[in-house]
Design a protein around this ligand. Structure first.
Ligand SMILES: CC(C)(COP(=O)(O)OP(=O)(O)OC[C@H]1O[C@@H](n2cnc3c(N)ncnc32)[C@H](O)[C@@H]1OP(=O)(O)O)[C@@H](O)C(=O)NCCC(=O)NCCS
Length: 145
């Protein structure tokens, strides 16, 4: 189940997903700060009442940037990430967004597989964009119109 109306109380669980899934996790305060900011999208995937995945994004003008999407390791491969992207797309459409964009590490095959499967298209490279370790960012776009 995808929760699109999560409350600030959920920020702790979202931050826990971040902590488990990333080497540079967003803190609970960062999640809350995004939640309160104009145009934000904070979604969670839920199983048996527990948050097992999260998506963080922000819309500005007619664009949306997907910052993060993650699913706890034991819940991967069940379609939660695709479901969260679908919910994000519906929200973006309702807000009149034309394009969703994101950056991803070149080596992140699961994420690239997910984005491609969902319909994102490759749109360029930022050389050595990431550090620890240094790595290129691939840019992906999803056109909604
Ligand atoms: C990327 C991630 C969010 C996918 O979550 P998930 O819930 O397992 O994804 P889904 O079950 O919805 O899979 C959807 C599609 O993604 C692709 N995919 C998922 N895992 C994959 C893998 N290990 N390798 C290649 N493609 C993969 C497949 O196309 C899959 O479709 P299929 O099942 O029909 O083959 C998850 O692996 C994750 O949390 N990774 C760590 C965090 C991260 O790197 N996030 C992205 C950068 S912000």
């Amino acid at each position: 189940m995808i929760l699109t109306d999560i409350t600030p109380d959920s920020a702790k669980a979202v931050a826990e997903v971040e902590r488990v899934c990333f080497t540079d996790p967003w803190s609970e305060d960062s999640v809350l700060s995004l939640y309160k900011s104009t145009g934000s999208i904070v979604l969670a995937a839920c199983e048996k009442g527990n948050i097992v995945g999260a998506l963080l994004a922000r819309c500005a003008a007619d664009e949306c940037e997907l910052y993060r999407i993650a699913v706890l390791p034991q819940y991967r491969g069940k379609g939660y990430a695709l479901d969260m992207l679908g919910a994000m797309k519906d929200i973006c459409r309702a807000r009149g967004i034309n394009t969703v964009y994101l950056e991803v590490r070149r080596s992140n095959e699961p994420a690239i597989g997910l984005y491609t499967r969902f319909g994102f298209q490759s749109a360029g490279v930022r050389k050595n964009y990431y550090s620890l370790p240094d790595e290129d960012a691939l840019i992906y776009l999803l056109k909604l119109t």
